[in-house]
Design a protein. Structure first.
Lengths: 292, 290
């Protein structure tokens, strides 16, 4: 019995210790952000800066893929869904059915980089080459003027927004009616980092991911749609000359309010945009980060 | 006296209750899986689920063919068991009959440590070291293949197989061995011809439990097998298992969608397989005890 009393005393002290006296005007609360693996590092950095400014708001950022974020927005298990693709009409319909009204906010831009091993002699490809590679029409690097090695295509899992984007733009060449799929031999990896690992170890691999994940361990290809080849860099994504450029989104349920709005305003502020630039993405405005 | 009786009664009831609760849980899980799987079969043909050879859950229209996943799981499990049974049973024989006490202790401790390695860590080793190693050794296009998964899984099943087989071997009555020696058998002859057959039910049970462990393992296969939903022609190709499919896709499905129910159906298939495997292991164990 004595021990029981002691335990209860200790527990109540612990619980009491958690309560802190907070200025009532300070924003407090808990924000759950889920979704895009492409954006997870950038959003994590934004949230760390945000928590420095508003120490009583706790922000949790989880990845898993844009599909995961959108699904949990529909299931009402997150406040903000980060997505590297637009919501599909079917998803919006499903959300509306559950009383969720998704509101879309563009937070940054990204180029989907196509990467190969640094030993691969090829440094540029057209969209139609990529289409043939990822649908399995071209199976050997020699057909493109490279070494005689069979091509290993790497993709993200089906929950990834980058997967959906790449399927729309490359596998289906932007044709909404197309039913083309990735070649079934394509490896589906669980994260962009896994693609980096495999490409840096494997001379015959080709993969894709958000430009924030490019580094000197892999080689990002120059891509052309019509005639000119452009590398996936800040300038070409901003000018939209790089053919695989896309916006990155936040989705909220209805108009953002309270701390959700606070967070989104912070993300769109120069300080927030700077984090996107630092993690390798392209901020919304050219001059927004240069002023700092 | 009365107090003793009452307390005994209470304890007995509590124990009985906890036993019943466990059975109840298993039953409820089964009902739960069955209920959500049946929702899929309302909109999707059950035979195209069971015999379909394409798993394309986010296409229009979606295809939920479980065969590639099933074949992937069976392939990985089979090879993993082929690798770990000789090693596991050999180690168990060594620990139980041959090793001197000092080595025995070290070995037993290290087997326990092996059991405590988190599967994610094995997955890391697979991605960064084992995969590239297999790729260069077998001249593969990629190291993300079934064999990488099998090797790591056999690692994970080893502790189960070793400790249960060892128990079975130690449990063989002493007089069997003494009789064999008395007839002039060498140590190897006694071990191979007498003790091993006598312990066979226990060893088979150990193998079955190993199979159950391997087929249900998720993280490692999700990380290293490449996850292509094709029917693999060989173990050196990328493949996708049942568990990896559920783990990889569950997060993005909206609860109540067809895809969501399809994953429950995959879970049901997995549950039935592990149930059968564990059931047969249990019946072998029971025979071993007789």
């Amino acid at each position: 019995m004595k021990h029981g009393c002691l335990i209860i005393l200790a527990l109540s002290l612990i619980i009491a210790g958690c309560k802190e006296i907070v200025d009532p005007n300070e924003p407090t609360g808990f924000l759950q952000i889920k979704g895009s693996d492409t954006m997870v590092n950038a959003v994590q950095m934004v949230s760390e800066e945000f928590m420095k400014k508003y120490p009583h708001v706790f922000v949790a950022v989880t990845g898993g893929g844009s599909g995961v974020g959108i699904a949990s927005l529909i299931n009402k298990t997150c406040n903000i869904a980060a997505a590297s693709r637009e919501m599909k009409p079917k998803e919006i319909e499903m959300a509306n059915k559950r009383g969720v009204l998704p509101k879309e906010i563009v937070v940054a831009f990204d180029g989907v980089a196509v990467v190969v091993n640094s030993k691969n002699p090829i440094d540029r490809l057209t969209i139609s080459d990529l289409h043939k590679i990822f649908t399995g029409e071209i199976k050997n690097w020699s057909e493109l003027g490279g070494k005689t090695l069979s091509i290993v295509t790497l993709s993200r899992e089906v929950s990834s927004g980058t997967y959906e984007y790449f399927k729309e733009e490359v596998v289906r060449l932007g044709d909404k009616k197309s039913k083309k799929e990735f070649s079934p031999q394509t490896l589906l990896l669980t994260s962009s980092q896994a693609i980096v690992e495999e490409v840096s170890n494997n001379e015959s691999a080709i993969g894709y991911m958000g430009m924030g994940y490019t580094s000197n361990r892999t080689k990002a290809l120059m891509v052309s749609k019509n005639s000119e080849y452009y590398p996936p860099d800040v300038e070409n994504v901003q000018k939209r000359t790089y053919p695989l450029s896309r916006p990155l989104y936040f989705y909220t349920n209805g108009e953002p309010e309270g701390i959700t709005k606070l967070f989104i305003d912070f993300t769109l502020s120069p300080k927030g945009q700077e984090q996107f630039k630092e993690t390798g993405f392209v901020p919304l405005k050219t001059d927004a980060t240069e002023k700092n | 006296m009365l107090q003793k009786k009452i307390s005994e009664y209470i304890i007995e009831t509590l124990i009985k209750l906890s036993g019943l609760i466990v059975i109840g849980f298993v039953f409820l899980i089964f009902i739960f899986l069955l209920k959500d799987s049946l929702s899929l079969f309302g909109v999707y043909n059950i035979s195209s689920f069971l015999f379909g050879t394409h798993w394309e859950p986010v296409s229009e229209p979606p295809k939920f063919g479980v065969i590639p996943l099933l074949v992937g799981s069976v392939y990985v499990t089979l090879i993993a068991i082929l690798i770990c049974v000789p090693i596991g049973v050999g180690t168990a024989m060594f620990i139980a009959e041959v090793a001197p006490p000092s080595i025995k202790h070290v070995l037993k401790a290290s087997v326990e440590i092996l059991a405590s390695i988190p599967s994610v860590v094995l997955g890391f080793i697979g991605i960064t070291w084992l995969g590239p190693f297999l790729k260069t050794t077998f001249y593969l296009p990629t190291g993300m293949c079934g064999l990488t998964g099998s090797l790591l899984l056999s690692f994970m099943a080893l502790p189960t197989i070793i400790s249960i087989s060892e128990d079975a071997i130690v449990g063989v009555p002493k007089n069997y061995k003494e009789a064999a020696y008395g007839l002039g058998a060498t140590r190897w002859q006694a071990l191979w011809r007498i003790i091993l057959p006598a312990a066979s039910s226990g060893i088979i049970a150990a193998i079955m439990l190993g199979v159950g462990r391997v087929i249900g393992e998720t993280m490692v296969v999700l990380m290293v097998t490449g996850n292509s939903p094709v029917i693999p022609a060989s173990i050196l190709q990328p493949l996708r298992t049942l568990t990896a499919t559920v783990a990889g896709e569950m997060g993005e499905t909206v609860s109540g969608s067809d895809h969501y129910f399809a994953l429950f159906a995959v879970g049901l298939v997995l549950f039935i397989i592990t149930f059968l495997v564990n059931f047969s292991a249990e019946s072998f164990l029971r025979r071993a005890r007789k």
